[in-house]
Ligand binder design. Structure first.
Ligand code: P6P
Length: 336
């Protein structure tokens, strides 16, 4: 009987990648599998989120006798827990934590990577059942192996990332990660609890017809941005349109859709928030890395996101990210 082995799991894929990477130690593969494990646990809880009232409100004890936590706190604990017990990560910085967390033990101090995380982005959408996500970036530590990591290990430009990815907890749950070798998409098969390769070697279409921006802030954007948005609204068949406006309000979902279909996502600075809302380290840099490997681009309106030298863990930046040709057109407006 022919055995259908077209399905390739995350474990199989990351281990097989080792064959093509000379001198690979397997630590990055181990780290990615750890993230996949924690994400499966988060997925289980996210899928029950609508039942919180039945299972008990946050801060109470549920029918299983477990304390009900806010989902983003739970997610942060899952990723921190799995990575601190693994052998590939020496510490993390998280949207949920004021400062970075060194995993100060012999095993972790001998690890060569650090991770930055937004454990559960868009969590305000949970109670209306809108898809949410986890975003992560992986760096080689700058400090010597064997020592405790310091803040400088986390304040690295996005172009120093060795990997980056996200999990989108949506109609299906996907884990997408990029290394310099390509962007790979895995869909969780709940029947076997495995991440299965469903979107190999993702490339962002050079052109798309989707623009994503919060129109509620329109009159707070600078004139050049407003002019580009007007351009998007006036596209016709004759000049590459018509465009459609899609904005979920959940970055992982909006950028994932545009990565697959082509499009541009914008979170510009506003008069109230000149640096915008999104965080450089664990929201913009990971997506900028993924998009650059997939053939797209990401800027803050002036500079490539990946080239920005961070000065603080939680600093914000305006973000424009998406298909190459759409970014080219945007920049003709921003540089006008
Ligand atoms: P606004 C979610 O809160 C988030 O951080 C991103 O996921 C999302 O893209 C953005 O904020 C939406 O912000 O101001 O448009 O509601």
């Amino acid at each position: 009987m022919a055995v259908n082995r077209k399905v390739q799991t995350l474990d199989e894929f990351t281990i097989q990648q080792l064959r093509d990477v000379p001198n690979a130690t397997g630590e990055l593969s181990h780290l990615l599998r750890n993230i996949g494990l924690a994400a499966k646990r988060v997925n289980t809880e996210v899928n029950k989120a609508g039942l919180v009232d039945i299972l008990g409100d946050v801060g109470t004890v549920n029918v299983q006798g477990e304390e009900v936590k806010k989902l983003d706190v739970f997610a942060n604990e899952q990723f921190t827990g799995v990575l601190s017990h693994g052998i590939a990560c020496a510490g993390i910085a998280s949207e949920e934590l004021d400062d970075y967390v060194p995993f100060d033990d012999v095993k972790s101090n001998n690890s060569k990577y650090v991770c930055v995380f937004d454990p559960l982005d868009g969590s305000s959408n949970i109670d209306v059942n809108v898809s949410i996500g986890t975003i992560f970036g992986v760096y080689k530590r700058k400090t010597p192996i064997g020592t405790v990591v310091t803040k400088e290990d986390f304040l690295q430009a996005g172009n120093k990332q060795v990997a980056a990815g996200y999990i989108v907890y949506g109609s299906s749950t996907m884990l997408v990660y990029a290394t310099r070798r390509g962007v790979q998409g895995f869909t969780l098969d709940p029947s076997i609890g495995e991440w299965t390769l469903s979107h190999p070697d993702i490339k962002c279409p050079e052109k798309g017809k989707i623009y994503s921006v919060n129109h509620g802030n329109f009159f707070q954007y600078e004139e050049k941005v407003r002019n580009y948005i007007n351009e998007c609204q006036h596209k016709t068949k004759a000049n590459g349109g018509p465009y459609t406006q899609r904005y979920i309000g959940s970055m992982v979902s909006d950028v994932h859709r545009n990565l697959i279909k082509g499009g541009i996502f914008m979170y510009p600075g506003t008069t109230d928030k000149p640096n915008g809302k999104l965080r450089l380290l664990y929201e913009c840099n990971p997506f900028a890395f993924i998009m650059s490997v997939a053939g797209g681009r990401a800027t803050n309106g002036k500079t490539r996101i990946l080239d920005i030298e961070p000065t603080e863990l939680h600093q914000r930046t305006p973000l424009y990210i998406g298909s190459k040709l759409m970014m080219d057109e945007l920049e003709t407006y921003l540089n006008a």
